[in-house]
Design a protein around this ligand. Structure first.
Ligand code: BGC
Length: 379
């Protein structure tokens, strides 16, 4: 009898060990994880990347055994809050949020009350102390790359104050914390040239995003292309009427193409040289424009990698593990401010962006960022 008991205990121990080990396999998570819902709340669809982000997040969540649902806020925070509330009603365990603006705080507070893990995705959730994690790119570096694009495109290192270059400045949405980092990164490269007089700004010149009054004048509410296009048309007809612009700081590809469209409708640029126009996101239309010599550069952020990293983070947090995310670095030092919500500093995990010009357009292509048909056109 005693022998039988010992055998039984051993069998039970081996069985539960095997069960526990099975639960860890492939990061798939056991029974709890496989039935848990991850809500995916993306901000908008008028900028292409978000539909790709949403689909990638869903795919990576499902690959780890979660149920997942993606929703898009149409740049409307009330709509996004309703979508987040629906995830809570459905009993989601984690919600990944690329927010529209700080109005998301109320929904995030509700999630915290329900013990639902919220991860800020790509954009910080400002003015909230109700979440702990943020995963994004090094957004200051994105801006630095844009500034360097202009530095290279205009050969500012050899330019002189006697023969200055002319630039006009655009920023992203003032409701999106990223827009400040992009701008400050770019201006960290351009300000010395402006100070020495070799680069002249046409239109408003906030030296940094801290000059909120002037920043507001160059900002593009909700990253809407028609807003940037109209502002560019106005500039061309007024402040920039008597000069030829050499460059335009454009914060992303959607706005870059709107700005280029406005330039192409102006006789001064239509037939001749377009200004050096920067961008971000490596959207296919902009990659093609770079290949064809219109847009000058973009910044490639591998959003499939970001989505995968966000799901790894959610999975680890839900399992009570200390986050350890391959390919991402925990922000520290000067970069700590990337995780500052205004109410607390959350842990911000950063991925690295890559500057893309005509001569390395193969980088996003080789990363599998485009469809085969698109990639073929970029060869
Ligand atoms: C993202 C950019 C995007 C922009 C407009 C920013 O928060 O980081 O990639 O172009 O929003 O959607």
């Amino acid at each position: 009898m005693k022998k039988l008991c010992v055998i039984l205990v051993i069998l039970l121990a081996v069985g539960s060990f095997a069960f526990a080990a099975g639960g860890q396999q492939g990061g798939g998570g056991g029974a709890a994880a496989s039935s848990a819902l991850i809500g995916i709340a993306m901000p908008e669809t008028h900028v292409l990347r978000w539909t790709k982000d949403g689909a990638s997040l869903k795919r990576f969540a499902e690959a780890r055994g979660y149920r997942a649902e993606d929703q898009y806020g149409n740049a409307d925070q009330n709509l996004q809050n309703t979508q987040i509330q629906n995830f809570l009603t459905q009993g989601a365990k984690a919600i990944i949020v690329g927010c529209v603006n700080d109005g998301v705080g109320a929904a995030v507070a509700d999630a915290a009350r329900d013990n639902v893990e919220v991860i800020a995705y790509d954009r910080i959730i400002p003015n909230s102390a109700d979440y702990d994690y943020f995963i994004t790119f090094n957004n200051f570096k994105v801006g630095e790359f844009q500034g360097q694009g202009i530095e290279t495109g205009l050969d500012l290192k050899s330019a002189t104050a006697a023969n200055p270059k002319y630039i006009t400045l655009f920023a992203g949405s003032p409701t999106d914390g990223n827009a400040f980092f992009f701008y400050d990164g770019a201006m960290s490269v351009l300000n010395p040239y402006i100070k020495s007089g070799v680069l002249k700004v046409v239109g408003p010149y906030p030296e940094t995003s801290a000059d909120r009054a002037n920043f507001q004048r160059i900002a593009t509410e909700n990253w809407q292309a028609p807003v940037a296009k109209t502002r560019m048309e106005n500039l061309l007809n007024n402040d920039a009427r008597n000069v030829t612009l050499d460059a335009v700081l454009a914060p992303n590809d959607t706005l870059a193409r709107a700005i280029i469209e406005a330039c192409l409708a102006d006789a001064k640029y239509a037939g001749g040289k377009l200004p050096v126009v920067t961008g971000q996101d490596a959207e296919f239309d902009s990659a093609l424009s770079i290949k064809n010599g219109q847009q000058y550069m973009t910044v490639f952020k591998d959003t499939a990698k970001l989505a995968e990293a966000a799901i790894i983070l959610a999975d680890q947090v839900l399992k009570g593990q200390a986050p350890n995310i391959p390919g991402a670095t925990l922000a520290s030092g000067d970069l700590l401010s990337i995780g500052d919500t205004g109410k607390k500093v959350v842990k911000a995990y950063l991925l690295e962006p890559i500057a893309v010009y005509k001569n390395n357009i193969n980088v996003p292509v080789d990363a599998g960022f485009f469809t085969d048909a698109e990639a073929a056109q970029l060869k």
